[in-house]
Ligand binder design. Structure first.
Ligand SMILES: Nc1ncnc2c1ncn2[C@@H]1O[C@H](COP(=O)(O)OP(=O)(O)OP(=O)(O)O)[C@@H](O)[C@H]1O
Ligand SMILES: [Mg+2]
Length: 434
């Protein structure tokens, strides 16, 4: 699992927030670096004053009152004074810029022999040594007097900045994302063959232009669909009606001598009618049909197979236990009929139809013992108007499998034309169970 989010919204939010935090940290660093020297010098100045005053007080005080003086300094100012030894070793100062600058300043102003430490005889504080004649003394100041050390407050501010950065980034990106989401939804619907409502044409120019272009495209597609429906209705009416009139007239013809001729013409009319039927099926917008939510594949298959067996065709159905499926029932029946037609037409013998549930898939197979389709030609046969070499297939438009493929894809599934074990074709339609 990767932590990098998948959506544009959260990627952008993270990126912008990250940039803001880095910028903030950099700025903080610059600020600290630039204020550290003045702060160290100022603190050094304070310490120098304390040391000088203490020293002067000690030197000039009446020896009898020295203890009282030291006591008062400790009470009032938190400043402690101890006698020391020049040979005494004390822990070195930690190597921090602030302390380095301060120590240099103290040595410069109080003399080279001045020593500093943060701990002496187990007592923490800022310790500074000074000399009176050859005696060494140590002054101890509470560290809070010179060092500002509030990491918790900085962490608090940092967290606040981070939170503000994330919220700000979220608001910026969400504004861009909202119209994008609407567009995505509409495009998905259009891709599935639906008719989306117009998306809002508002917001920044780029988004507005995109929305307008999308609306234009959706409207064009819809107009084309309407024109196609009109065309289909026209073909259906203008070609099929005269065709049935011819067929009727042919049957009423009384000339027995031309029986062969009549049969031939009737066959041609039948072929033309079938071809027109295929054209119409192929061009018909499938999505116009209502989706049945809990369709039972077995019932639908029984209905289709029944139509063949009633006419004495050799088709058998083996039902498995497919899951209820969201289907367009008419389209599905057309799909199955096309596969059975193929098996009857391009092969001979019994045609088997089988339904099954295989994990996440519902599967319908139509099996025959004909010549089959070589694997290298399988994908091509799903294209409209493609047929195997014409010696094998005598009649047909080459639209049947294209119709099967289109209906299957509309249901989110796929068609496989597989060689059947022992010879023949195994046409397999896989539909994902919702
Ligand atoms: N069961 C099958 N066995 C062998 N070949 C097949 C089978 N089904 C299809 N084919 C081959 O695939 C080609 C394409 O099939 P498709 O159903 O698309 O067109 P068609 O059957 O020729 O015409 P129609 O539009 O009338 O169905 C067929 O011409 C045939 O050569
Ligand atoms: Mg066919």
């Amino acid at each position: 699992m990767t932590l990098w989010p998948r959506t544009l919204l959260w990627r952008s939010v993270l990126l912008i927030a990250g940039l803001l935090v880095v910028a903030h940290l950099a700025w903080l660093q610059i600020f600290r670096a630039s204020e550290i020297e003045p702060r160290a010098l100022q603190a050094a100045q304070q310490v120098i004053s304390v040391v000088n005053l203490t020293r002067a007080a000690l030197v000039t005080a009446d020896p009898g009152r020295r203890y009282a003086l030291l006591d008062e300094l400790a009470q009032r100012e938190g400043i402690q004074i101890y006698a020391g030894d020049p040979d005494e070793a004390v822990p070195a100062l930690p190597n921090r810029p602030f302390l380095r600058i301060m120590a240099a300043q103290l040595r410069e102003r109080l003399g080279e022999q001045t020593r500093m430490t943060l701990e002496r005889e187990g007592i923490a504080g800022l310790w500074v040594s000074f000399r009176i004649d050859t005696d060494e003394y140590w002054v101890s100041l509470p560290r809070g007097r010179i060092e500002r050390n509030e990491p918790l407050r900085w962490i608090g501010w940092g967290a606040l900045v981070l939170a503000l950065a994330v919220i700000g980034a979220f608001m910026v990106v969400a504004r861009i994302n909202r119209p994008l989401r609407e567009l995505t939804r509409a495009a998905e619907l259009l891709g599935r063959g639906g008719t989306p409502t117009r998306v809002t044409e508002a917001g920044p120019v780029e988004i507005r232009t995109l929305a307008r272009a999308f609306n234009q495209m959706a409207a064009d597609i819809q107009r084309q669909d309407e024109e196609r429906a009109l065309l289909l209705a026209g073909v259906s009416h203008d070609l099929r009606t005269p065709l049935s009139r011819i067929r009727l007239a042919l049957e009423m013809l009384d000339d027995r001598g031309a029986a062969d001729l009549k049969a031939g013409v009737a066959q041609d009319i039948g072929d033309i009618d079938t071809a027109i039927g295929q054209f119409l099926d192929f061009a018909r917008p499938i999505d116009a049909e209502q989706v049945m939510n809990q369709a039972d594949l077995n019932t639908l298959a029984e209905a289709v197979v029944g139509r063949y067996t009633r006419h004495g065709r050799n088709v058998v159905l083996r039902t498995g236990t497919p899951a209820p499926q969201a289907l367009r029932a008419q389209a599905f029946q057309r799909l199955l009929a096309n596969l059975i037609d193929n098996a009857l037409h391009h092969a001979s013998g019994t045609v088997e139809v089988a339904t099954a549930r295989e994990g996440p898939l519902n599967v319908i197979e139509v099996l025959d013992r004909g010549p089959g389709i070589p694997p290298e030609d399988a994908a091509r046969m799903l294209q409209p108007f493609t047929r195997m070499n014409s010696a094998r297939s005598t009649s047909g438009t080459g639209l049947g499998l294209a119709i099967v493929d289109r209906i299957t894809r509309l249901h989110g599934g796929q068609v496989l034309l597989l060689p059947r074990e022992g010879g023949g074709l195994r046409a397999r339609v896989e539909l994902p169970v919702a």
